[in-house]
Design a binder for this molecule. Structure first.
Ligand SMILES: [Cu+2]
Length: 116
């Protein structure tokens, strides 16, 4: 009886593990429009994204305010990456920056400044 129970539990956890693995594997690239205005913003966003789970590279072009992120599809999602940008204090596409983080930014990095 004990043996049977162990077998059932093992089968159960095995099927759970495979159900949680997304079918698509690999690397995707996504671009977000941010509210970055200067090289300090660029450094801040790139550094913060580099620490995000699943991120392989993050590059921000200050002139266009476009952030390009390549990420592992089985580790993270565009939504999670956008949230990471918001947490850093910047807008990501139509999502507004986290207010607390935004208020901690130096004055030169506030979006009222425009790109400089
Ligand atoms: Cu800045």
């Amino acid at each position: 009886m004990k043996f049977l129970l162990a077998t059932v539990l093992t089968l159960c956890s095995l099927s759970h593990a495979s159900a949680q693995t997304p079918p698509a594997k690999g690397t995707e690239t996504v671009k977000f429009k941010t509210s970055a205005v200067c090289d300090m913003c660029k450094a801040r966003i790139e550094k913060s994204l580099a620490y995000e789970k699943g991120v392989q590279s993050a590059t921000l072009d200050v002139a266009s305010q476009m952030l390009t992120v390549s990420y592992r599809t089985e580790k993270t999602t565009p939504a999670a990456l956008r949230a990471a940008v918001q947490k850093t204090g910047y807008d990501a596409d139509d999502q507004t920056a986290d207010a607390k983080s935004y208020n901690r930014l130096p004055d030169c990095c506030k979006k009222t400044n425009g790109v400089h």
